[in-house]
Design a protein around this ligand. Sequence first.
Ligand SMILES: Nc1ncnc2c1ncn2[C@@H]1O[C@H](COP(=O)(O)OP(=O)(O)OP(=O)(O)O)[C@@H](O)[C@H]1O
Ligand SMILES: [Mg+2]
Length: 256
Amino acid sequence: MAEWVEKTKNILELQGIYKDFEGLQVLFDVNLGVQEGERHAIIGPNGAGKSTLFNLITGKYRPSRGRIFLKDETVTGVNPFKLNRMGMARSFQITNIFRTMTVFENVRNAILSKNKIRYNMFSRLSGMDEINRQTEKVLHEIGLLERKDNIAGELSYGQQRALEIGLTIATNPELILLDEPTAGMSSEETREAVKLIQRVTEGKTLIIVEHDMEVVFSIADRVSVLYYGKVLACGLPGEIRNDQRVKDAYLGEERK
Ligand SMILES: Nc1ncnc2c1ncn2[C@@H]1O[C@H](COP(=O)(O)OP(=O)(O)OP(=O)(O)O)[C@@H](O)[C@H]1O
Ligand SMILES: [Mg+2]
């Protein structure tokens, strides 16, 4: 892990975020600043509101109250497609790959969808060559180049999750959000996934929701703890590990 250097520039900022679903209050006054270039983990028990927070950041849902800034621009209520074009991409807790397409087609589609507006340019042969080249580069980064012609649904579970990460980074985002990328993995698959995540997020900003504390503490520069819809603590991994409130609320608990 690179040494943490305090910077002041936030690539993403959440101010006073509330979210309720028809009366069910899920997030309460969440304030969160994610600095450019950091790897920021969000931890917390099941149902704390972590995925909901991702859904608000990525524009799937609108906050009931509060404001979201991306690179100093207000993006509250901006749709996921536009946010993607502004440099944000996410993976899903439940995988988002097209199981009946090949590995190659999955990644190429992700690249094409970002470039939709420039479709005419890419429909030319030279444009398509460029897309294919980019696709192979992503496949190489996620270690699936040799599997490019396999049907995605036939990959091992760990490989499918790697492909999911590939779809997320395919559009070359500055800000990457991963929701429980190692969920359900064996310890060997988890070790590989950690290396992969470190590699593909080099020089970018990462927000990761993760239950596995070993993964959190090996990847994150900073950690925020979400507990019943509130940010209970935010700090360096060592600070979070030793925070008595965090231990009482979460780290002391048995994992699910
Ligand atoms: N679209 C929705 N409609 C209604 N309730 C929702 C919706 N999305 C989430 N919730 C509720 O919000 C609460 C927080 O859910 P969320 O999925 O954000 O938790 P989480 O921290 O990601 O949990 P987990 O660790 O299990 O993934 C839960 O009570 C959930 O049932
Ligand atoms: Mg979740």
